[in-house]
Design a binder for this molecule. Structure first.
Ligand SMILES: *Cc1c(COP(=O)(O)O)cnc(C)c1O
Length: 406
């Protein structure tokens, strides 16, 4: 099929919720993807942070082949060989004690909110049911997750959502202190806002989150679906802050592109979800869990946290030096391989022009270029991306000047 045929079918038959870039990707290998005609693109977005091990990693391909021939799905009616092993791994890595597996990040957020509600009722009765969240955050598109997503543009069409949700401005410590009270069952936040433009919670904000939830016996939920599992150069973003949540939510890269999410909770909370009170058909299947174990083995054996930290720091420096020379750049933000460049102009046209240069970038929040490359990325790939960015910024500047002159 040609690109036009593929696009025409989607235009005709899909509910038109996606504003796709004009590219059909046929396959990928390492840090590159290839389109229908075999044209190669350097991938700086990696399926929105899912393909942290790049595309078609030989060990991931091998383990999927082997496990697919044994069992893909068995259901949670039975034990499988891999769910407990993976749960143990997640507990050891996070310092938390009990895991529930889902099929996506959003579903893991839903489960975490349900656990926090149930625990809140145990601790403080029916009234202890409110949730505090952060303006500009993103936690998913189901009713619960959407209710705690701090962006009105995503919520408006679907009202009424969950009641009792209060949003506080990012890094407004006083507002956070004010918002959490005895009727709060949960405070949910991303240590680094992803979809919200790569904006970090300050250490003071995280510390107040911990203190306020302890003061009022509420559950602190960290959504590390985008920033966790190695992206910042640490296994979890919270590990740099010294603030530990009561529930940690992960997903995106966990099973190398096979859908898998999880929330990991403190031991004392886990009893609030007794037998029969939560569940899923697909979550925690043997294929997904085995691939996730391979994900962690590869990260460790290939030294990918170190690579993410080193190349991430280099990328950050290069972006900053580019920013100093361009009046179109407002700010460079982020940590490790979770980086952003905020522009003074819309970012999407640059992302589309970059396609013509053989590079995949992404835009979020209108003016923000977002970079979530694979952990395999090297300095030479960064250099290539920076060269393209420099060229596009120069051209955008020229276009702005000639528009002003006319
Ligand atoms: C992607 C994302 C989600 C939603 O995860 P899905 O797997 O798309 O359901 C939630 N929170 C954050 C921070 C995310 O980046």
């Amino acid at each position: 099929m040609t690109f036009e045929e593929i696009a025409a079918l989607e235009r005709r038959y899909l509910i038109p919720v996606y504003n796709r870039y004009p590219l059909a990707i046929a396959r990928g290998k390492g840090v590159f993807v290839y389109d229908q005609e075999g044209r190669r693109y350097l991938d700086f977005i990696t399926g929105i942070g899912v393909n942290a091990l790049g595309h078609a990693h030989p060990r991931i391909v091998k383990v999927i082949r082997e496990q697919a021939a044994r069992a893909i799905h068995l259901s949670n009616l039975y034990y499988n060989e891999y769910q407990g092993v993976l749960a143990k791994k997640l507990c050891e890595l996070s310092g938390l004690q009990r895991v529930f597996f889902s099929n996506s990040g959003t579903e893991a957020i839903e489960g975490a909110l349900k656990l926090a509600r149930a625990a809140g009722h145990q601790r403080g009765g029916e009234a202890k049911s409110k949730v505090v969240a952060v303006e500009g955050s993103f936690h998913g598109r189901t009713f619960g997750a959407l209710s705690v997503t701090g962006q009105q543009k995503y919520r408006d069409l679907f009202q009424p959502l969950l009641t009792g949700v209060t949003f506080v401005a990012l890094n407004d410590v006083a507002a956070l202190r004010q918002a959490v009270d005895d009727s709060t069952c949960a405070l949910v936040m991303e240590p680094i806002l992803g979809e919200g433009g790569i904006r970090e919670c300050s250490p003071e904000f995280l510390q107040e989150a911990r203190a306020a939830t302890e003061r009022h016996r509420a559950v602190l939920i960290f959504d590390e679906i985008q920033c966790g599992l190695g992206r910042t150069g640490k296994m979890f973003a919270f590990q740099e802050s010294g603030v530990t949540p009561d529930i940690l939510v992960v997903a995106k890269p966990l099973a190398g592109g096979i859908p898998l999410g999880a929330f990991i909770a403190r031991e004392d909370l886990s009893a609030a979800l007794p037998s029969g009170q939560h569940g899923t058909t697909f979550g925690g299947g043997p294929l997904a869990c085995r691939v996730a174990l391979e994900y962690f083995a590869i990260i460790e054996e290939e030294g990918l946290l170190q690579n993410a930290a080193r190349v991430g720091a280099y990328f950050n420096e290069q972006l900053k030096s580019l920013a100093e020379k361009s009046s179109l750049v407002r700010q460079v933000r982020g940590r490790g391989l979770m980086l952003a460049m905020e522009l003074t102009i819309p970012a999407r046209p640059l992302v589309e022009q970059a396609l013509g240069e053989g590079v995949l970038f992404n835009s979020t929040h209108d003016t923000v270029l977002r970079f979530l490359p694979s952990f395999l990325i090297q300095e030479k790939h960064v250099d290539r991306g920076i060269r393209v960015l420099r060229k596009l910024l120069r051209e955008a500047k020229k276009a702005a000047k000639s528009a002003a002159a006319n």
